[in-house]
Design a protein around this ligand. Structure first.
Ligand SMILES: *Cc1c(COP(=O)(O)O)cnc(C)c1O
Length: 370
């Protein structure tokens, strides 16, 4: 009998499906890459701050053969000032994905479980499965997290709860009051045994009135981790850098399982420069707000149901999503099918530049009229 190559819990993992790269579509359909638009991976259509580009070209010229600073001193100092927290409350990651992995590595094992919501970011399940831990998926409510049900789903063996706020792929948002109540209840019922990770990858896209300072929860609770990324609004998806905020004790735990050189020299520099260019962030916010209205108004006009979005993408119900996705690809437009997230009738569309949004809408209307 042949032995399996890996343990069952690893073989059970359905690999992550990333948005199709432009070059791949160009090869498959014989299209000109220049004419393809990608609205599939929630990337920033403005690219990144010009100041980042300048800093990187300069740094490339002066590149030495050294490892990066394992403690990311300069970046942490900038983040500490930005958030008003001590530097030893910060963990840097190779994208915030890395931090989700670190939390699962540090907190989960084969005898424990993690709680997360249906239609939540798929990496929560992947990181849990990779540890051989049980996953307790809680049914979504109106496409979002059902926090009271998630509270009840926390079992004796639960060590970690993942919450995406706003959530990907649904674009839903939880009010600060609901999160505050949830965190207080978890702490009262379970003390430090259960860590809650609040993934705020899309925080920068919230309307000012919806924003809250989530460091209040990090200050209040030693069992809370907040993660942020430079991949989305800051436009550094290709450089891979994110970070976590947590009190020093929990930060120490995360750093025990972190690879010492997990964030490259160039990524550390780019993040620091990007953070200083808040004007770029403001432009990104405004472009996204307008583009989101453009997409949502078009969906309404086409009679399509969509989930009102708090992010840089919109989840829209198109019916036969697989067919429509293929038709869009044929026309050189890449969006994201989300059948793997339990949403076979929906597509997730990233907000692009106005002209990209318009081309997508035109193609979609065309396909729906066939
Ligand atoms: C994109 C995304 C991330 C992280 O992306 P990184 O590029 O690894 O920082 C984390 N959480 C959610 C919900 C996301 O959509």
């Amino acid at each position: 009998m042949t032995q399996p190559l890996a343990p069952d819990h690893i073989l059970a993992i359905a690999p992550y499906r990333a948005g199709k790269p432009i070059e791949e579509l160009a090869r498959e359909f014989g299209l000109d890459p220049a004419g393809i638009i990608k609205l599939a991976s929630n990337e920033n259509p403005l690219g990144c701050s010009g100041r980042v580009r300048e800093a990187l070209s300069e740094a490339a010229g002066a590149l030495q053969g050294r490892y990066p600073d394992p403690n990311a001193f300069d970046l942490k100092a900038a983040l500490a000032a930005h958030h008003g927290v001590p530097a030893d409350w910060i963990t840097v990651g190779n994208g915030s994905n890395d931090l989700l992995e670190l939390a699962s590595l540090a907190l989960l094992d084969a005898g424990s479980s993690a709680v997360y919501a249906e239609h939540a970011f798929v990496v929560y399940r992947l990181a849990t499965q990779a540890r051989g831990a049980r996953h307790r998926m809680v049914a979504a409510k109106d496409y979002g997290h059902d926090l009271p049900a998630m509270l009840d789903a926390i079992a004796e063996d639960t060590r970690l709860v993942f919450i995406a706020n706003p959530n990907n792929p649904t674009g839903t948002h939880l009010a600060p009051e609901a999160i505050g109540q949830f965190l207080a209840a978890v702490r009262t019922r379970h003390g430090n045994r259960v860590v809650v990770l609040l993934d705020e990858a899309y925080d920068d896209y919230l309307d000012p009135a919806e924003r809250t300072d989530s460091t209040q929860w990090v200050r209040a609770y030693p069992n809370v981790i907040v993660t942020r990324t430079f991949s989305k609004a800051y436009g550094l998806a290709g450089l891979r850098v994110g970070y976590a905020l947590a009190q020093a004790g929990l930060t120490d735990v995360l750093n025990r399982v972190r690879q010492p050189f997990n964030v490259s020299v160039l990524a550390q520099l780019a993040a620091r420069v990007a953070l200083a260019d808040q004007e770029f962030l403001a432009r990104t916010y405004a472009l996204n707000r307008d583009g989101r209205i453009q997409l949502q108004e078009a969906f309404a006009a086409l009679g399509l149901d969509f989930v009102p979005s708090h992010t840089n993408f919109v989840l829209v119900k198109v019916g036969d999503a697989a067919r429509i996705d293929t038709e869009l690809l044929r026309r050189g437009i890449i969006v994201r099918p989300v059948a793997g997230d339990g949403l076979p009738q929906h597509l997730r569309v990233t907000v692009g530049l106005p002209q990209e949004n318009a081309r997508f809408i035109e193609a979609l209307s065309d396909i729906l009229a066939q």
